[in-house]
Design a protein. Sequence first.
Lengths: 225, 223, 72
Amino acid sequence: MHMLRRAWAIVWKDLLIEARTKQSFNAMVFFAALVLFIFSFALGPDTELLQKVSGGLLWVGIAFTGLLSLSRTYQNEETSGGLEGLRAYPGDPRAIYLGKLLGNIVLLLLVEAVLFPAAGILFQANLWPYAGGLVAVALLGTVGFSLVGTFYSALTVNLRAREVMLPLLLFPALVPVLLGAVNATTLILEGDLMGEAVVWLRVLTAFDIIFFVICIWIFPIALEE
Amino acid sequence: MGPKTVVEKTLGGLALLAMLAGSYVGLAVVPADAAQGNVQRLMYVHVPAAWLSFLAFFVVFVMSVLYLIQRDPRWDHVAASSAEIGVVFTVVTLLLGMMWGKPTWGVFWTWDPRLTTTAILLAIYVGYMALRSFADDAEKRARWSAIVGVIGFANVPIVYMSVTWWRTLHQPPSSPRSVAPDILWTLMLNLAAFTLVYAYLMVRRIRLSKLEGELEKRMAYNA
Amino acid sequence: MRKWSVISVVYILALILLWTYTGRVAMENRGFVVTGYGVTWGALLWYTFRLNSRERTTARAVESFEVVGAGE
């Protein structure tokens, strides 16, 4: 209980700073929209093709945008020395991880709340009938992305060349999340006639549970002096 | 520098002999496979290379866990060495898979679950090695890379399952045929040879790792 | 360094030998088989010799620090 309150304090602090300055959110939304645009240009104006690959485009956009926000996860602690700043928080280090994790999830979900409708308009697809399924995929996928992302960005925050190291470590680890999210999204948008999307939602759920346990367990070691 | 102790020399000699024998039997003694013809001869080096890369990464995982529990630099030396040798074996595995795939499937690359998982495995451990090269402090490098060694290996079964599902929604996985005895023997011989090579390279690489640690210490001391 | 060149020559001779042999037994897809075995042997030999030279340079560097340390 104590830990959750500490975690919540970090979430509240970071989100309050974000709400006042909007330094990440605006940039992320703009960046995500740009990624969608660039993909549309690269693939040509064939609407049918774009609709067919929209699941992949969306999640590549989310992955790149998420990477952008992950590298700023610990920027509020930057002035106090990154990891040293994190260590200065009192109490269980797991609370720090939980707090940063929740902050990342909330921020990324907010971006997706703008990105999904925007993609619907760009690719001329009516998303409303599939809203329930899409929300489930977005939630599970974002949690999986943020679990590993928050962890690895803490590990690389004080590293030389962290801009290179974070994606190098993160993207191979995220293969199951990307496969699950892309396939589930595509299947749902196609109407999911065979009920196959559930398989992918299970993959995402399994990934989330396994990596929640591992990351929570190992984070204090990563934060050690 | 070269091999040092008698044990090491013997190990190296045995590895070389076994590799020579394995390649000789695989290329010239065992008859060509009835279904696949001579391309199948690549299997005698492809399968052992794949096995050894998995073994090497498993060793990284075990040593990483040991390091996180005991914090003994010895385990870090073993883990780093095994990761590097594993990467070499993985690259060989992928290249051999391509050499086999082109005449069999008509393409160098296909999104076969095992091939894809091996490629992702390579990416995970290249990341592991890059992290090591960017960390300056020995203790932090050991701790951080041990963490990546644990997370990376825990991910392997999930990656494999998800890639398999991704593929099998379109095509069923091929079930292995029953294996002829002489094929099995050749495979076993080559597996033994590759294991000896792994053991020999590990001895060499661990010694190098310790030497590098010593150098780092002296540089820090003199700085 | 001399060992290196000897091994390379032996390696290339072995490849040529393998190429002729697979030609004489009329092995189909011999290009793929020979390349596959060649790559395997090449990679393992290359790595072993990389270890040799890395160990030599590192050992030399360690010794150079020893000299500096002794002088102080």
